[in-house]
Design a protein. Structure first.
Length: 312
C-alpha cells in the first residue's frame, strides 16, 4: 500500500494546497454531476459557467487564491485548476451520474414512439428530448472534471455546454409541465450516458463519439421534429427547439475543435481514425439525411461529410 491519494480527498473538501473554502470549478463540476436533483444540477451547471466567465485571464483578485508557499499568485486562476487529476471514491462511482429515481431507464427498443399529434404523444416526445438534455448536462460536466491537463479553453468550452444544456433542460421541462407532465413521467433510455462511460478513459474517443456523433445526430433530427411539432400546432416547442439547434451547432463545433486538436497533438489522422473509433466503441453508424448546413457550420469538413454520406 502506498501513500493515500491526497487528490482523491479533494472532492467536496480540500487538499493541503487548495483554497480553504473554495474547491476548484472542476471539483464542483464533479459535485454537480453527482447531484441527483435535476433543478439543482441545472442551477449548479449555470452557476459554474457564470463563475468561470467572471474569472478571465489574467487572473483577478476575485478568482485567485494566495499561493500556499506565500510566493507569487497562481500562474493561472486557481478556480480553473486544469492540471489536477481528480479521482472518484467507490461511493461516488456508484452514484455516477446523479439522477432522480424517475424516469425509469429501459432499453432503447422498449421506449415507445408515439404520435406527436395527441397531447400525450407530444408530451412523450418532448420528454424524450428533455431526457437527452438532462444527460447532456451530465456529459458536459463529466468532460470538465474527468480529463486533466487540457488547455484552459477546453474547460471553459465544456462549462458553456453544461450551462446551455441546463437551459435546454429547464425550457423543455417548463413546457412539459404546461402540458400536465413532468420530467420522469415517461420511460427513457440511457444510450448517451453509456457512451460517456465507454469512453471514460479515452478523451479522443469521447470527443469523437459523444459531441460529434451523438450530439451531432440532434442537428439532423431537430428540423424534422420541428416540422412535426409545427403541424401539431405546438409553436412554443418549435421555438425552444430553435434555441436548442442554435446552441447545439456550437456544442458539435466544440467537439470537432477538441477532437482535431487532440488528433494533431498526438499525430493521428482524424479522418481515418473516426471510423475506427466508431467500430471499436460500437457507436451508432449515422445515416442520412444529414443537416449539412448545420454540420458544416459546426466544422465538419467536406471529407468528413463524404464519409457520412457514403454510409453503406
Ligand atoms: Fe442541448
Ligand atoms: Fe448539446
Amino acid at each position: 500500500m502506498g501513500q493515500p491519494d491526497v487528490r482523491a480527498a479533494t472532492i467536496g473538501g480540500m487538499s493541503p494546497q487548495s483554497h480553504p473554502q473554495r474547491p476548484s470549478i472542476r471539483q464542483r463540476a464533479l459535485e454537480a454531476l453527482l447531484e441527483p436533483d435535476p433543478a439543482r444540477k441545472a442551477a449548479q451547471a449555470r452557476a459554474l459557467f457564470e463563475e468561470a466567465s467572471a474569472c478571465q485571464a489574467p487572473p483577478t483578485a476575485a478568482c485567485t487564491a494566495p499561493h500556499p508557499s506565500g510566493g507569487d499568485a497562481w500562474s493561472e486562476p486557481r478556480l480553473l485548476e486544469v492540471v489536477e487529476a481528480l479521482t472518484l471514491s467507490e461511493a461516488q462511482q456508484a452514484a455516477m451520474p446523479g439522477r432522480p429515481a424517475l424516469p425509469r431507464l429501459v432499453p432503447a427498443k422498449d421506449v415507445p414512439s408515439r404520435s406527436p399529434f395527441t397531447q400525450e404523444g407530444r408530451a412523450a416526445l418532448l420528454h424524450a428530448i428533455c431526457h437527452i438534455e438532462f444527460n447532456a448536462i451530465n456529459l458536459a460536466l463529466d468532460a470538465v472534471w474527468r480529463f486533466a491537463g487540457m488547455p484552459e479553453a477546453f474547460y471553459r468550452d465544456w462549462l458553456r455546454v453544461a450551462a446551455e444544456e441546463a437551459l435546454h433542460f429547464s425550457l423543455l421541462r417548463e413546457h412539459l409541465r404546461s402540458l400536465g407532465h413532468d420530467y420522469g413521467d415517461f420511460d427513457a433510455h440511457d444510450g448517451l450516458w453509456s457512451m460517456c462511460e465507454k469512453t471514460r478513459h479515452d478523451i479522443v474517443a469521447r470527443m469523437a463519439l459523444v459531441p460529434r456523433t451523438l450530439e451531432a445526430r440532434g442537428l439532423d433530427a431537430t428540423p424534422l421534429i420541428q416540422d412535426k411539432l409545427t403541424r401539431a400546432g405546438d409553436l412554443r416547442a418549435v421555438e425552444i427547439l430553435d434555441v436548442i439547434l442554435r446552441d447545439e451547432v456550437g456544442h458539435v463545433a466544440i467537439g470537432n475543435r477538441w477532437f482535431h486538436h487532440l488528433c494533431e497533438a498526438r499525430g493521428l489522422d482524424a479522418v481515418t481514425l473516426y471510423p475506427q473509433l466508431v467500430r471499436e466503441f460500437e457507436a451508432p453508424r449515422l445515416r442520412p439525411p444529414f443537416n449539412e448546413a448545420a454540420r458544416k457550420a459546426a466544422g465538419f469538413t467536406d471529407q468528413e461529410m463524404a464519409f457520412l454520406l457514403g454510409a453503406d
